[in-house]
Design a protein around this ligand. Structure first.
Ligand code: NDP
Ligand code: MG
Length: 389
């Protein structure tokens, strides 16, 4: 990729918060990027608005029922459009310099694997890809020699701190967690929390699924697994600490006793910008942090008693993540159920634990490098979680 030429970009999940933040940065740097393809699901209004503003070549919605609405809205333009799972894959297949992979959930797995084949660089926001299929995903990135740049803020921080260092020089990677809206709630208080409370994240503005994951600390659990795969670490080299201000995003400890960290305001445009401009940096509207204004930073241990999702994810990470697809699928169903008032907050980890227990024997036989095995496990875990509900 020539660093000075215009970079072609596709955005999978353009209508989501990561997608919209990506387009916000591109809008401010129009001379540097050309958006080729974008995808969405339900939000056709936003998708059409984006397609016209950025004059993209191809637009896809995952939702087949929305095809006519999309087609009609683009009738007066030369923009091609399509609908359905295959259409998302088609968008991911367009050869581009950068593909922003920002679909939520395992729905992003097949398209993102496709993007690894056809893009020079994949900016990876969709952590569920690595939780469900980390071994296969990393193998594919290597095989296609595709640069993988993490967008998740903690992993972007780690990636930046690791630049110029060898993995063998790391002793520990510590991801920070805000602790979410229930950080100081007692076990009794957690029994009655509502989805409205859970959806109010103290520091970050994000899509509904990851906001609930942050409230259960499953998000940090998923991120431990994500980090293990991205940086080829062992389970005991990856840890987390609660840091309510979300200013430090990750700490990397080295064999010589040094610790490097990356600090910035909690605004996803910082890590997104890094993934778009790598190996250079680009301007963003975010001011550097002011230490005097922040004045103090706090740290505490993650409490696996009150937040059992963290423990479940850690156990999955320690067992070589062969049960990653089941953990992810059960969590997706449980979070969905919580958001549609079909289960309570404290039932989320109960459902996941139950699914993991029930599937234990089947899980040992899956091939972690086989997409069909992974998707089969995902389906089985989903059905099991739905039955429990
Ligand atoms: P959002 O819910 O805001 O957006 C999700 C995107 O995926 C939307 O474009 C949505 O379309 C699309 N989508 C939903 N379901 C499907 C499907 N079945 N097939 C294809 N596309 C689909 O999520 P976020 O932007 O917050 O998060 C995206 C990913 O990035 C997640 O994996 C998340 O964990 C990760 N991430 C997000 C961070 C954040 O700050 N938001 C931080 C770090 C990681 P539509 O809206 O049109 O229905
Ligand atoms: Mg994160």
């Amino acid at each position: 990729m020539d660093q000075n030429s215009i970079k072609s970009v596709s955005i999978l999940g353009a209508t989501g918060t990561i997608g919209q933040n990506t387009l916000d940065l591109i809008r401010r740097n129009k001379e540097k990027f050309q958006v080729v393809a974008i995808t969405g699901n339900q939000n056709i209004k936003e998708l059409v608005k984006q397609a016209i503003e950025f004059q993209v070549e191809f637009v896809a919605t995952a939702c087949e029922e929305k095809y006519h609405e999309l087609k009609e809205a683009l009738a007066e333009t030369n923009i091609q459009c399509a609908a359905g799972e295959q259409a998302i894959i088609e968008a991911a297949t367009r050869p581009v310099d950068i593909c922003m992979a920002a679909i939520v959930g395992v729905a992003g797995l097949k398209p993102t694997l496709k993007a690894l084949e056809s893009s020079e660089l994949v900016a990876l926001a969709n952590k569920e890809c690595l939780v469900s299929a980390g071994d296969l995903f990393m193998q594919s990135a290597k095989q296609h020699q595709t640069k993988l740049i993490p967008v998740d803020s903690e992993h972007s921080a780690a990636f930046q701190c690791l630049s110029g260092h060898q993995i063998a020089e790391i002793t520990k990677l510590t991801l920070t967690a805000s602790g979410g809206p229930f950080r100081s709630f007692s076990k009794e208080q957690l029994q009655v929390v509502t989805k409205e409370q859970a959806l109010k994240h103290p520091n970050w503005e994000m899509g509904a699924k990851i906001t609930i994951d942050s409230a259960t600390l499953m998000n940090k659990g998923l991120e431990l697994i994500e980090a293990k795969h991205l940086f080829s670490l062992t389970a005991n080299q990856v840890d987390m600490v609660v840091h309510p201000q979300s200013i430090i995003h990750c700490l990397v400890s080295f064999i010589d006793g040094s610790v490097l960290a990356q600090l910035s305001e909690p605004d996803m445009r910082v890590p997104i910008a890094y993934s778009l401009s790598w190996p250079k940096r680009m301007k963003t509207p975010i001011e550097p942090i002011n230490l005097v204004e922040i004045s103090k930073m706090d740290f505490e241990a993650g409490d696996e008693e009150r937040f059992p999702c963290l423990k479940l994810a850690r156990q999955v990470m320690e067992t070589e993540t062969f049960n990653g697809p089941a953990l992810n699928a059960a969590n997706e169903i449980a979070v969905d159920a919580f958001l549609s008032d079909k289960c309570s907050y404290i039932q989320i980890p109960q459902i996941i634990e139950n699914v993991l227990d029930k599937m234990q024997n089947e899980l040992k036989t899956i091939d972690r490098f086989c997409i069909n095995d992974i998707l089969q496990t995902d389906k089985l875990a989903r059905n099991m979680a739905l039955n429990l509900l």
